[in-house]
Ligand binder design. Sequence first.
Ligand code: TEU
Ligand code: CA
Length: 546
Amino acid sequence: PAGRKWWHVSTVYQIYPRSFCDSNGDGIGDIAGITSKLGYLKSLGIDLIWLSPIYRSPMDDNGYDISDYQDIAPEFGTLADFDHLVVEARRRGIGIMLDLVVNHTSDEHPWFLESRKGPGNPFRDFYIWRRPGPDGGPPNDLMSSFGGPAWTLDPLSGEYYLHLFSRRQPDLNWENPAVRREIYKMMNWWLERGIAGFRMDVIDYIGKQVDQGLVKDGPRLHEYLQEMNRRTFGRHDILTVGECWSATPGSALLYSGRDRSELSMVFQFEHVTQQWDEIYGKWRPKAFDLVKLKSVLSKWQYALSEDGWNSLFWGNHDLPRAVSQYGDAAGYHSQSAKMLATVLHLMKGTPFIYQGEEIGMTNVPFTTIDQYRDIETLNMHRLHVEAGLSPEDFIKGANQSARDNARTPMQWNAAAHGGFTKGVPWIEVNPNYATVNAEAAMTDERSIWNHYRKLIALRKTHPVIVYGLYQSWLDQHPDAFVYSRALDRDRLVVIANFAPHKVQLTLPRELANPGTCLIWNYEPVDTLGENVDLKPYEAFAILCEM
Ligand code: TEU
Ligand code: CA
């Protein structure tokens, strides 16, 4: 039927190249390492790989600070390595998506080096420069996500430049048509190389109106995206996903509506931020509240049920490990990881798996700040400890929320450093690699890995998983997540227990039918009565014909 897209049926796997597989022993993951693991990804069954940035970069923010958009970071390899990866992946039916980081560049990008030369330079307006405020300080009080003011004074010209992230990530000026032209040219250059999609970093920032203090959702944002679509990927059948921390169901329809000619879908973060403290944000997470989580996820399911499309994810390279955040990484590691996968993959949308999630990788047990590498965490440590927080308390929060939880090396086997490198890894491997690793997972029929594999395969055989109408049930139940999906005569019922204890449910009569169990994490359940007893973190899905 009209409106159906190949990427509706796809599952995406995110790779953080620095931490995936090191082929040459320098302790840093690389493109050749990724290519060597294509067989692993193929047997998992994924369709697309989203690569976090691989471009030339001083690595102030692990590649989200790009100094050359059309070259590969030498620590990751060469353009030839990249082309080889694209070809080898395609041979296995896997597409490669790139991370498009165009809100900002590195301060070492030639555009910025030129821009710094002062007013009058043809590249001056590629970035956002302002004269000092009346007191000689920053022009306004915009703050950087990584702490401190978003403005840095450049002594060369006596003006401030804007950086919403680190001072080494100056923001591009999207109001300048020459900037947009250069970016579209660069995107087309990659599209010609045969890539299958773009993930767009903080794309909701590009319409910013700095002088109004407005960053997200600026007035020209959607105009720019439509222009980008027209001038670049609109002519190719690719998947585009915008990272939009500010997205609401309303704006998501603008980004991903079928007649909007903007993006395929966005990453929204409401299910993530609902867990954050009003003042201390993620550094002091609230107690887990399933009723709230369900209401957020269901709201998004309903809002995009007719038009637009959801992305589905628990984790990425900026977020804690899913099983640590929403499950029980200690007591019910395997059961809770499988439960989370079941709940997510059977909703309507395109699922994204973050590397290591498929084997249940967990948050880190670091004990000192020296073990952390992430610029955000190091900056926040300085700021919070200066403000009086004890270093011990900071580490406690960081072990729950810091981005490095997701960035420790992929655990391949029980060899030294989890088989990630023959050298010394750039960040320590999680010590649980002896038991949590891909090799062990692949040989165990009941592993988390095999559960993911099954879920990915089910999407391909059951259209109800891809297109079925979503409905949530028992919204106020504090421990159980129950929803159904309906397409033609198929009705899929998904039941999950988010608690580390047994739970008893009374289901509405219309859900209580016999059927076939498609997936489970204890034993298959084929007949659903009105009374259901769930074991800790039990989850299953039953397909009935109505
Ligand atoms: O992230 C955007 C972003 O807002 C995050 O830095 C977020 O503020 C933080 O992780 C939540 O605590 C994107 C990338 O995903 C991230 O890795 C980059 O550092 C950032 O943009 C800058 O490019
Ligand atoms: Ca390497």
